[in-house]
Design a protein around this ligand. Structure first.
Ligand code: GLP
Length: 231
């Protein structure tokens, strides 16, 4: 297991460190960046927006997208990415699953083919309270590829804060699979706040289990975990 754990209690310093890891990847020649959404990423994207870093010769791929939410909806992940990053820091090309596709399963297969045609240098990951990565909920096969998922109640409750009510949270999403994520050469996982403690503890001190998707990272050769928690 080669997880490099960096526990930084000062939140500004934690995100400065996250930015410097990304910058170092870019300076070392990374061309394809896997990106994530969620509240955890906001301070990092703010730093990128304010920086001079230039991604115009790089490609980006996103982890996931809600099924059935119009692209223009403020909480679709394409809207999130445009607002937080792409409108200010465009990539040469940016890929996201199309959550409005008529046949989500076919869209998932198409997206997996896109991923396979790329060499993913770097993947940014947030963490669900139940240990999910992307939208890979507990019980997902470690070998899974991009697929359609039904969101758990735990995830819907956690994400309800971004919507007017929990009933507005989409019930399904398209997500890169765990196997797809594991093909990235370098992974940076950011986990901030007490709600992430159980999952981080499972990753650092527990066994690998599909019941807690993030524990798959124990099998990856290059993982950095940035957290404000002391585990
Ligand atoms: C969502 C996303 C994940 C993200 C997680 C944590 O479910 N699909 O990619 O990591 O939420 O979100 P937050 O950073 O808001 O806690």
């Amino acid at each position: 297991m080669t997880i490099q754990l960096e526990s930084i209690q000062n939140i500004d310093q934690l995100y400065d460190r996250a930015f410097s890891i990304l910058e170092e990847q870019k300076n070392n020649g990374a061309k394809t960046f896997g990106l994530a959404t969620g509240g955890t990423m906001l301070p990092l994207y703010e730093r990128i927006r304010k920086s001079t870093i230039d991604f115009s010769n790089c490609k980006s791929v996103n982890l996931d997208e809600y099924v059935g939410l119009p692209k223009e909806h403020s909480q679709s992940y394409i809207s999130f990415m445009k607002k937080q990053l792409f409108d200010t820091k465009p990539f040469e090309v940016s890929y996201l699953p199309n959550g409005e596709a008529e046949k989500p399963e076919e869209e998932a297969a198409r997206y997996e083919n896109v991923l396979k045609s790329l060499d993913l240098d770097f993947q940014l990951l947030g963490l669900g309270e139940n240990g999910h990565i992307g939208f890979n909920e507990p019980g997902t096969s470690f070998r899974s590829e991009t697929h359609v998922v039904t969101l758990t109640d735990s995830t819907k409750r956690a994400n309800a804060r971004f919507f007017n009510s929990i009933d507005e949270v989409p019930t399904q999403a398209i997500t890169m699979g765990i196997g797809s994520i594991m093909r990235a050469h370098q992974i940076l996982l950011i986990a901030v706040g007490e709600k992430k403690r159980a999952a981080i503890q499972a990753l650092m001190n527990g066994d690998m289990t599909e019941d807690i998707p993030v524990t798959v990272l124990k099998e990856h050769d290059n993982v950095i975990v940035l957290t404000d928690l002391i585990v």
